[in-house]
Design a protein around this ligand. Structure first.
Ligand code: F6P
Length: 548
């Protein structure tokens, strides 16, 4: 492992970045008819167009050298071999085992984990078939109509996003809901329309200690028991757990028979492929869930075996490094042009920022270079009418990822063609821009005072040269969705490797949790304790206004 900035390729990239001054993407496109062919890749039913990036063949060559010099190949090998690459937690990182559809064993501590993975998949299949088929009954003998996933972070964002994205595949007789926040409004608003007799709760928590999830699970249990006349035996029919912590699950009162296991080598934000995806499987059925795994597996095989120059996640990761470290781009935008993908940016936010929002390297040294970007975004075309102004004419460079499907699940007039046209147009507009001369020609017919004309020309000019990737998917299916998510997971891995950081711990979330634990009793009526003047004053206001 080494500091990337001292590598020859890093230094060559810094020099090359200076050569880029004054160059423009629109000229590169005008001069080079083969640009799309060279800078795009296909996998299954997905095209990855990265031709609208601020790169030349030389840039790509240097970025690929950087990947080699950082030892990326060895690091990919180490992950797939089950080595404990999550050094601080001394754990393997094996979400790839959850979707390993081959016969290849995957070893952790001398044990093949695949038999256990397959066992849990079979248990998920039996359970989903029972619930979806109406054989799994609530305490009064009625079939389940509503499933509520109680979880937060990785135990919520991934399954919530996928369940939403696969809405066209849902079983119409079974509704799936997600409650994450400790804010009681989340739980209460969800429970409002539900019936205790026909509601099933999935308590999804890797640790089974997370404050928000346990508070929601406890309140949900009370709500259930109110409907079941206090009959404790009802819990077994209405609560299942998804966790690595068998003891805590039993302590909560859930029958271990109703527990779906996963393992410490599955990180929370990488867990939707495990039993944490049970809500997805209940919504769309186990066959569809396995198609999701297939899509991810196809990408895993591609990532593991394709040469870096043809490797989609490697190129995604390298492009991100180019902008973050050589163009000072602090953020990147995720812009799915697909209503069903509207939670995709939220999921990627946790995936990327919890993984690569790190300030020390693998040896514990504070890094001297930028690491993970701020990830944000929104569904298109909605975003065009809010923040796209800044993307086109603001002073920030924001690399964008567009995602759009060629085929829709519906056919309503010309809607889908309009959606596609807007998506392609935005990527083209960011790239090309509109020159001052083009604006002057457009305004030639206006008779305006000179000052006004000049300010109008300036305001209407688009610099262009703003980079984007575009994923064109044939159709958003479980399989293509699985592939899309896996592309981003491996992109994050590539970047973490180059930055020499641990993408698989999340120590930065702990301090706030610890302080909340200290503030909580102070808010009730306990001692206020040792806090700064601002926090003390705010606690006092809360107590006064809450009558404590
Ligand atoms: O607080 C962050 C975090 O630890 C995430 O990494 C994780 O996905 C989430 O909390 C939920 O954790 P758990 O599944 O253990 O409840």
């Amino acid at each position: 492992m080494t500091t990337p900035t001292i590598l020859p390729a890093w230094q060559a990239l810094a020099e090359h970045r200076r050569e880029m001054e004054g160059q423009h993407l629109r000229h590169w496109f005008a001069r080079d008819s083969g640009r799309f062919q060279r800078f795009s890749l296909e996998l299954g039913d997905i095209v990855f167009d990265f031709s609208k990036n601020l790169i030349t063949d030389k840039t790509l060559g240097l970025l690929l050298q950087l990947a080699e010099q950082c030892g990326l190949a060895a690091r990919i090998g180490a992950m797939f071999a089950g080595e404990k690459i999550n050094r601080t937690e001394n754990r393997a990182v094996l979400h790839i085992a959850l979707r390993n559809r081959s016969e290849r064993p995957i070893w952790v501590n001398g044990q093949d984990v695949m038999p256990k993975v397959r066992q849990v998949l079979s248990k998920m299949r039996r359970f989903t078939e029972q619930v979806r088929g109406g054989q799994w009954r609530g305490f009064s003998g009625k079939p389940i109509t509503d499933v509520v996933n109680l979880g937060i972070g990785g135990s919520d964002l991934g399954p919530r996003m996928v369940a939403q994205a696969l809405t066209p595949y849902h079983n119409k007789d079974l509704k799936v809901h997600f409650v994450a926040n400790v804010d009681e409004s989340d739980l209460l608003e969800t429970l409002k329309g539900l019936n205790q007799e026909t509601t099933l709760f999935l308590v999804a928590s890797k640790t089974f200690t997370t404050q928000e999830t346990m508070a929601n699970a406890n309140s949900a249990r009370e709500w259930l028991l109110t409907g079941a006349g206090g009959e404790q035996s009802a819990i077994a029919q209405h609560f299942v757990a998804i966790s690595t912590n068998r003891g805590a699950v039993q302590g909560f009162g859930i029958d271990p028979e109703n527990m779906f296991e996963f393992w410490d080598w599955v990180g929370g934000r990488y867990s939707l492929w495990s039993a944490v995806g049970l809500s997805i499987a209940l919504a769309v059925g186990m066959d569809r869930f396995e198609e999701l795994l297939e899509g991810a597996f196809e990408v895993d095989e591609h990532f593991r075996t394709a040469p870096f120059s043809r490797n989609i996640p490697v190129i995604m990761g390298l492009l991100g490094i180019w902008y973050r470290n050589f163009w000072d781009a602090a953020s990147c935008a995720i812009l799915p042009y697909d209503h069903y993908l509207r939670y995709f940016p939220d999921h990627l936010q946790q995936l990327d920022m919890e993984s690569n929002g790190k300030r020390v390297d693998l040896e514990g040294k504070v890094v001297s270079y930028a690491t993970g970007p701020i990830v944000w975004g929104q569904v298109g075309t909605n975003g065009q009418h809010s923040f796209f102004q800044l993307l086109h004419q603001g002073t920030h460079l924001v690399p964008c990822d567009f995602i759009v499907a060629a085929q829709s699940h519906h056919e309503l007039g010309g809607h889908h063609a309009m959606l596609l046209a807007n998506c392609l147009a935005q990527a083209e507009a960011l790239m090309k821009g509109k020159s001052e001369d083009e604006v002057r020609t457009e305004l030639a017919f206006l008779e305006l005072p000179k000052d006004h004309l000049e300010s109008l020309v300036a305001a209407k000019t688009f610099p262009g040269n703003r980079p984007s990737n575009l994923f064109l998917v044939k159709k958003l299916t479980p399989k293509t969705l699985g592939s899309l998510i896996a592309f981003y997971e491996h992109k994050v891995f590539v970047q973490g490797t180059i930055w020499n950081i641990n993408s698989f711990d999340q120590m930065g979330v702990e301090l706030g949790k610890q302080l909340a634990g200290e503030i909580l009793p102070a808010l009730q009526d306990g001692e206020i304790g040792q806090h700064d003047a601002s926090t003390r004053a705010l606690i006092e206001f809360c107590r006064r206004w809450r009558g404590k």
